[in-house]
Ligand binder design. Sequence first.
Ligand code: GTP
Ligand code: MG
Length: 508
Amino acid sequence: MARGRLDAAVVERAAAVGDRAGARLGHGTELTVVALAGATGSGKSSLFNALAGAPLATAGVRRPTTARPQACVWGEGAADDLLDWLGIAERHRLAGGDSRLDGMVLLDLPDHDSTEIAHRIEVDRLVELVDLLVWVVDPQKYADAALHNRYLRPLRSHSAVMLVALNRIDELGSPDRAECLIDLKRVLAEGGLAQVPVRVISCRTGEGLEELAGILRERVAARRAAVDRLAADVTAVAEAFGTFCDGGRARKGDSGLDAVVDSLAEAAGVGLVADSVERSHRRDSALRVGWPFTRWLKRARPDPLRRLHLTSDREARTSLPPPTPVQRARLETSLRGLAEDRAGSLPDPWPEVARRRAAESLPGLPRTLDRVVATTETKMRPPRWWVVGGTVQYLLALTVIAGVLWLTALFGVAWLRLPDPPTPEWEGFSYPTLMLIGGGLMGIVVAFCARLAARVGGRRRAARVRRKLRARLTEVAESDIVAPLSEELEAYKGFCDAVGRATGRPSG
Ligand SMILES: Nc1nc2c(ncn2[C@@H]2O[C@H](COP(=O)(O)OP(=O)(O)OP(=O)(O)O)[C@@H](O)[C@H]2O)c(=O)[nH]1
Ligand SMILES: [Mg+2]
């Protein structure tokens, strides 16, 4: 859940712990790997020999003495695979030794502070892998900064799997001994390692060795060191992850979504579409119910919807102008706003992760928006009264034409000086005149009323299309923006729950 979202180095460290745990546990917990680590000359090899009861390792005066780690296995347990994994070639087996230590794989490490850089690299590698660490220090160098700053303090969450052996104690007189021990414990406590057991030993006189061996026996018999060490690794990593979880909760709800849909609608040209729907409706109305004698004027002007290529869904592409830079910028701002609203109170880097994810859809949005507009039905069934109105206009037009023909006939008769045919009259107006003027006037009145009605109808249709488009744009916002964003918030929650479990603390 953290990969790709949080700092890669921290994530890889955590992944490495996971891999290591898998590998170590694959070798079982029958064997306990105990490493003797410390500065050159502190007496690691001497202690190794003392515990083994045999001069297996070279303990020397020339520094550094040990260049490569070696292992000694107590008992009959098969240790080859484990030692292969640890990368230790030099191996001894101690059969017939202290059987209470059976299952212990003791490692004599090179020093960590010598002139040989390779020694340090080898120590660093093995310190990561072993189950139990015995830090061997001597009265001269027990407070060495290299040891404490580079190893002990960073391992403070590993107190349960570490021991400190203050060796060469025979070199000190009794007042100095007590003082040295107190000071060593003080330095350890300062580094957060007050819990680590400290034993005073001397490989030369054998003092304290039995007690140290006793502790090792207990640990080896419990067969818990491997798991404890891995648990400590997990805790350390989880604590490093803790900073990514100390913060507010992710917000749910719809706030911020409206602003996104607004900016989507603007970028999609919803206003222009609705406007065209209204004008197209008025034009259609005029063509069907307008005054027939002036319809050709309307017909000459194109349908606004057709101009936008909105009359057929086959192409799924409109001729609407693409979003302007201003609209794009506004869209981006609204996406940021949404991410900020949902993830703004989370600890870093989650707000940025959320913002990035919300903005991911941005490049594809213009195309999506255009498809939405193209596939939203904008043409609607013509209202039924258009048929009635159209028929009335047709009949009125016929009346006018009949009146004109009639008058023309009368005019022809008069011109030819024929006797006037009887022409019916009403209130002093002849029928053909009434037909021409009355039909014409009524046609204009009907057209005018139709125009008023079309204005209202057009506005209603525009509103309906606007609502429809908004609903579909809301779907787009949900699927293309909110869903990915929610995925990040889920990841945050899952991640922090896991971190909480790993650190043994409930997550925030
Ligand atoms: N006086 C005294 N000398 C000791 C004691 N333990 C080890 N030495 C001596 O200290 C020197 C170094 O001992 P080593 O065991 O080689 O030390 P090391 O930690 O293995 O050193 P590197 O292999 O160089 O890292 C040797 O000369 C030992 O004889 C002790 O308890 N008392
Ligand atoms: Mg040595």
